[in-house]
Ligand binder design. Structure first.
Ligand code: HEC
Length: 151
């Protein structure tokens, strides 16, 4: 648990560096939104990390993925059968009201009610979970190496 928290923190730091790089080179408006979205993602870190399963499944590769399909993660029946494919639209609906959108979900979280914060969060997720920017670590690979990279 302690180790998972440290990994989460390492990922946040790495993400901050990415957003800072964008601020230096890219569109400043986009960078500001990504920064804000990263802050909103702080609400999710109690249970999630981008690259690792915790209480909730890892988010790396989220966009275009069918709900409930991270291998080995013990999803609820409700999530596995939801038929959702994660996109900005489905995430907006889910994150507004998780138990309302997927009745029976194990994600015991009230959601992000503010539309602005939700939009920033989804933009951040789309950036940070792109498979070119994150590595998805299966739990057993993690255990096998013992020491996942801390970058
Ligand atoms: C209290 C713990 C908790 C918090 C806080 C939480 N989640 Fe979750 N999340 C879960 C659990 C557990 C699941 C698996 C749900 C299921 O199987 O029904 C999940 C599932 C998900 C899924 C579906 C993933 C998939 O692979 O299908 C998404 C997307 C998600 N969470 C996003 C978020 C975001 C974004 C936040 C922050 C705004 C957040 N969650 C906050 C526990 C949490």
């Amino acid at each position: 648990m302690k180790r998972a928290a440290a990994l989460g923190a390492a990922i946040v730091v790495a993400s901050a560096a990415l957003a800072a790089a964008l601020a230096a080179n890219g569109d400043p408006m986009q960078a500001a939104d990504l920064d804000a979205g990263r802050d909103v993602y702080g609400r999710c870190l109690a249970c999630h990390a981008i690259e690792y399963d915790r209480v909730g499944p890892r988010h790396c590769g989220l966009f275009g993925r069918r709900a409930g399909t991270v291998p080995g993660f013990p999803y609820s029946e409700a999530m596995r059968r939801s038929g959702i494919v994660w996109s900005p639209e489905s995430l907006d609906a889910f994150l507004r009201d998780p138990p309302g959108f997927v009745p029976g979900t194990h994600m015991t979280y009230a959601g992000v009610p503010e539309p602005g914060a939700r939009g920033q969060l989804i933009a951040w997720l789309e950036f940070a979970t792109a498979p070119s920017r994150c590595r998805s670590h299966p739990p057993d690979a993690d255990a096998a190496t013992g020491a996942p990279e801390s970058r």
